[in-house]
Design a protein around this ligand. Structure first.
Ligand code: DGJ
Length: 770
């Protein structure tokens, strides 16, 4: 809801309020952004006052001698008129670099979704506040989108040149927010390939803390999501503010704490080499930033963000739409496959209960390794006689849907595409462009390249019954040319043009975002593609970190996770299929090992996992994820997915230690304390090999550890994990917790001993009793 009572605007969502003011010399400020208030008439009492201007400060103007721009809680800050913070907007005109934007007018209107970069859909209202610098001839419109139910605001700027001469934009953050500091801690998500989304909490000190991406893509170096929160003992308490950007290119987030304990936060396009020239009447619109507040700490904030992405970011056709269980052949075969291998995998996938088969890299052109064929999107008939159609038809006969992999933004030097269009790649015209994974980047700022990508993807999608496309992007960007406008921004906008054409034409195709795993995991991509391959790292421990930290800003429905071979390709860590499943099931489940090689016992295990997942799929895909113990911080991780009266509790062990503490299932989530909840553990399979030579304690014949007989035995029999089921009130579960079986402590094995072992896991399904 948006209310106006001069000089105040009150923007309200279900639980939050924001007061904007232009009382001080018509400068636009944010005087309050916190829990929901009662009335706009509270505004004068909540606003910061300025009785004097101290020492070296610069007065706003003759009429406002006690006010300095430097003290104001500005909604956008400029340089040259007494504000010495890092500006959020830098404009250079023929008259110079000083900008003085003052309130002019406002409009409350239907939201406009037609921008060059994505806009979260279904906003309730949009407020546009017009600011002007009459002398410079510059108009800046500050836009506010209101997503009431999710406690989220969207912000962006529209900069219009009404000057006769050129105005150059050097920096234009989408959002600046000024807050009184409360000893805030900033949560940063940083990472690299196969190790995305690590969390670091940084106590903000005086000065500027900044992070972002220069990689051309949003990148996994620093995810655009950022949070600040009070340093409370409980993750469910205190103020927490979250920020994110609907943009997939270079971005920058900054937090500046000044002498007066004012905290200025900004998020937007990275100004590094950013330059946008505006001629008379030209305008530039920044990407949309989103911000959210919760008084329930990081849990409340992360739930706001998760709900918002599910309801307003992913394409409406896919919002809350159940996602299929996938099998993908990449880690099983890499480039080495032929038609009969693929059909063999398909048959096996169908018997396991998989619903969609994805043919990954290597099906086209001369693509038998990563140095050939990228860009040549014709099926390799030598490998796959009958083409994609034959495979899609076969899948259909087996009751499977069929999907493929493409990497449409890239080209190998060894390809027909490069031979015919060497000029289509990013290059500055002076240097030899540099390669990453033996490939160049196509210049998506060029219309002919956009058309080529659109044509190649759509003709592949039309060539067979294809209902899924994994869209990969395996290198960061380089070799931008300097040209009017901004090449790296134009590249991203070019990409969005292609994506929006494709998703409009193929609304029923499920697109999966991927960039060597999570190198472009952002709200821009999720606006077109409703799910994302989170990481090339399929090790369960690493995935607990990645998925758990992703949940601060993103919902389960966007996290595509696969159970892969027991020995992780990336960490070489050996974990059981069940422990991999316990992690991968939080989100969109898939499989990626050579299922053709599974023995009888393993086949049984995978079948029962898929059956279990399907029975709880809505909860695991659309529940809110709370991570109330992070595995990387100690020896145990705890996840909870919650949807209405159902919960899935995930318990993860890092390493097995002697003398384990008493096991308790404590649900740190607002349950109904007077209601009864039934819970039941998912019984896991423990390999007989896990016991090594100790198996001889019960075996009638002598078995050698690693011996042929023990191996053979493990193919046909397993040991079952403990049985934990019962009933407890919400009150008990939220406090002391329900007792779960004693963890293995060096001896004994029974249905009351919880043998998790190194990197083991358990799932407990909890449901409110009717
Ligand atoms: C990187 C992706 O993240 C992998 O899953 C796989 O699709 C390869 N690319 C294929 O080249």
């Amino acid at each position: 809801m948006i209310e106006f009572k001069e000089p105040y605007f009150l923007l309200s969502t279900k639980n939050t309020s924001m007061i904007l003011s232009f009382k001080r010399g018509k400068k636009l400020t944010c005087e309050y952004y916190s829990s929901r208030i009662v009335s706009i008439d509270e505004a004068p009492s909540l606003e910061k006052d300025f009785p004097f201007n101290q020492g070296t400060s610069i007065a706003l103007d003759k009429e406002n001698p006690s006010i300095s721009e430097d003290y104001l809680k500005l909604e956008l800050s400029t340089y040259g008129r007494g504000d010495y913070h890092d500006p959020s907007l830098i404009l250079v005109g023929k008259e110079g670099t000083s900008i003085d934007l003052r309130y002019d007018s406002f409009e409350i209107r239907e939201p406009n979704y037609d921008l060059p970069t994505p806009v979260p859909h279904d906003a309730k209202e949009e407020l546009v506040i017009v600011l002007k610098d009459e002398k410079m001839g510059v108009v800046v419109k500050s836009h506010y989108l209101v997503y009431e139910e999710k406690d989220v605001f969207g912000r962006y700027l529209e900069i219009v040149n009404e000057n006769d001469g050129e105005v150059i934009i050097k920096k234009a953050s989408s959002c600046l927010l000024s807050l009184p500091n409360k000893d805030y801690v900033l949560t940063n998500l940083y990472g690299g390939w196969a190790g995305e989304l690590n969390r670091e909490d940084i106590k903000l000190k005086h000065g500027i803390y900044s992070r972002g991406s220069n990689a051309g893509l949003s990148s996994c170096r620093y995810n655009p999501f950022m949070m600040i929160h009070e340093d409370r003992h409980s993750i469910n308490e205190g103020d927490a503010y979250g920020f994110n950007l609907l943009y997939s290119g270079n971005h920058l987030e900054e937090a500046e704490l000044d002498t007066f304990s004012m905290l200025r936060l900004q998020i937007g396009i990275n100004p590094l080499l950013f330059e946008k020239s505006l001629q008379k009447e030209d305008k530039f619109v920044t990407p949309v930033a989103i911000l959210s507040y919760s008084s329930h700490g990081e849990t409340g904030l992360s739930h706001n963000m998760q709900g918002f992405v599910d309801d307003h970011v992913v394409p409406p056709e896919w919002s809350h739409k159940v996602r299929p269980v996938v099998y993908n052949n990449w880690e099983a075969t890499m480039f080495k496959f032929n038609k009969s291998k693929i059909i063999g995998l398909m048959k096996k996938a169908a018997t396991l209960g998989v619903e969609l088969f994805v043919l990954d890299d290597g099906w086209f052109g001369s693509r038998n390794d990563d140095s050939h064929g990228l860009g040549d999107w014709d099926v390799n008939k030598k490998k796959l006689p009958g083409g994609l159609k034959a495979l899609a038809d076969k899948a259909d006969k087996l009751g499977l849907k069929f999907g493929i992999w493409m990497e449409p933004e890239m080209v190998n030097e060894n390809s027909n595409l490069f031979a015919s269009h060497p000029d289509w790649i990013l290059h500055d015209g002076i240097h030899t462009p540099v390669e990453g994974r033996n490939q160049f980047v196509l210049d998506l700022a060029k219309e002919e390249v956009q058309d080529f990508i659109y044509d190649s993807v759509s003709s592949v999608l039309k060539s067979a019954n294809i209902s899924f496309l994994k869209w990969d992007c395996n290198r960061s960007l380089t070799d931008f040319a300097y040209m009017p406008g901004n090449h790296s921004y134009d590249w991203v906008v070019g990409l969005y043009k292609v994506l929006s054409r494709l998703v409009k034409e193929f609304p029923c195709v499920l697109f999966e975002n991927c960039a060597s795993g999570g190198n472009r995991f952002d709200l821009g991509m999720l606006s077109y593609f409703p799910q994302s391959w989170m990481s090339d790292d399929t090790d369960s421990y690493q995935r607990q970190i990645i998925q758990g930290n992703a949940a601060l800003g993103y919902p389960l429905s966007v996290m595509s996770n696969h159970v892969a071979a027991k020995t992780s390709n990336q960490m070489l860590r050996l974990t059981s299929f069940d422990s991999k499943f316990d992690t991968a099931c939080f989100g969109v489940l898939g499989y990626e090992m050579d299922i053709g090689e599974l023995n009888g016992m393993e086949t049984k295990i995978l079948k029962s996992q898929i059956e279990y997942y399907k029975a709880h799929r809505e909860l695991l895909q659309f529940g809110k994820l709370t991570v109330f113990k992070r595995i990387e911080e100690g020896n145990e991780g705890r996840f909870l997915a919650s949807l209405n009266d159902e919960h899935m509790f995930g318990l993860f062990r890092k390493i097995q230690l002697p003398n384990p503490p008493e096991g308790r299932m404590v649900v740190d989530y607002p349950l109904d304390k007077n209601a009864l909840y039934e819970y039941e553990e998912r019984q896991e399979s423990i390999s007989v090999k896990k016991f090594g030579h100790l198996v001889n304690m019960i075996s009638p014949i002598k078995l050698k550890e690693d011996g042929y007989l023990l191996n053979l035995l493990s193919h046909h029999m397993d040991m079952k994990s403990e049985v934990d089921k019962g009933m407890a009130s919400g009150s008990a579960l939220m406090n002391q917790g329900a007792f779960i079986s004693q963890e293995w402590s060096g001896v004994g094995y029974s249905d009351r001993i919880r043998l998790m072992g190194d990197f083991g896991g358990r799932l407990y399904y909890i449901k409110k009793k009717e």
